[in-house]
Write a protein that binds this ligand. Structure first.
Ligand code: COA
Length: 260
């Protein structure tokens, strides 16, 4: 079988996507993007998947960015097609109804950092290295990095990464609130698993709606965002899962959520 640049493992409602080009630090080649496109489309429609985990193969990288080899020679048409496609995929990844957890070990640079920024929760190792080094190539980010990073940490920290090309390590990413946790490498799997277990206890419709509220709220005025929030709550209140969650609490039992 041909080499698969993106592996998928599914285990009891948890889908793990593994970027699988370890000898190239999982740099995003055209075939890898192609596979990510297909997997994101499949996940959008798959209600049996409750949580998505993203990770890189090997010990050195989550993803070290777009495959720079493909940029050689200045093929603008191909470049634009690649950038537009990755933007669309990243937006869809961010908008998945399920919680997405990025498990970052080693380099998360350029498009790799941009993908992590599309996740809902980032857990990283102490040796993680986050950066947007495109300026060092005479380029700039194209997968939402200038916007998502700036909104996440503000202009001044984002400028250090982009204008000075600095990278931040796992501890700093945690301190800045980018990473939910920063752990020694041997503890990464358990740190992710703990969050997966907790995500599985939260109702899926609630998760999908809260994700949407957080996304839409960024572009809405505060009163509008609060109105959207209450509309969501009223809808959830009358769902099967809303009724079940309240009943289960009062009956002192574990709720059984069905995503309805
Ligand atoms: N595109 C293509 N290949 C890449 C890559 C990328 N973004 N990042 C790493 N690689 C390849 C290297 O070319 C090398 O391949 P080779 O062994 O066939 O020569 C392999 O991955 C290992 O990387 P290497 O550079 O030897 O490791 P290092 O430890 O010396 O440096 C990095 C690691 C991440 C600092 C360095 O690879 C790097 O700067 N990568 C590019 C990061 C970047 O600019 N990303 C944004 C792209 S738009």
């Amino acid at each position: 079988m041909a080499h698969d640049p993106l592996l998928r493992e599914t285990d009891g409602g948890v889908a793990t996507l593994i970027f699988n080009r370890p000898d190239k630090l999982n740099a995003m080649s055209e075939p890898l993007i192609e596979r990510l496109d297909a997997e994101v489309a499949a996940l959008e429609a798959d209600r049996s998947v409750r949580v998505v985990v993203l990770k890189g193969a090997g010990e050195r990288a989550f993803i070290a960015g777009a495959d720079i080899e493909a940029y050689r020679g200045g093929n603008l048409k191909g470049f634009i097609a690649y950038q537009q496609r990755s933007r669309r995929i990243f937006d869809r990844l961010e908008a998945l109804p399920q919680p997405v957890i990025a498990a970052v070990r080693g380099f998360a640079l350029g498009g790799g950092f941009e993908i992590a920024l599309c996740a809902d929760i980032i857990v990283c190792t102490e040796d993680a290295q986050f950066g947007l080094p495109e300026g060092r190539l005479g380029l700039s980010p194209g997968g939402g990095g200038t916007q998502r990073l700036t909104r996440a940490v503000g202009k001044y920290v984002a400028s250090e990464l982009m204008l000075a090309g600095w990278r931040i390590d796992g501890a700093r990413a945690h301190q800045l609130g980018i990473a939910a946790a920063c752990v020694p490498a041997q503890e990464l799997d358990e740190a992710v698993a703990a969050r997966v277990r907790s995500c599985l206890k939260v109702a899926p419709l609630s998760q999908a709606e809260m994700k949407r509220l957080m996304r839409q709220g960024v572009d809405a005025s505060l009163p509008t965002a609060k109105t959207l929030e209450q509309e969501v709550l009223y809808r959830l209140f009358m769902t099967q899962d809303g009724l079940e969650g309240v009943a289960a609490f009062l009956e002192k039992r574990t709720p059984e959520f069905r995503g309805e």
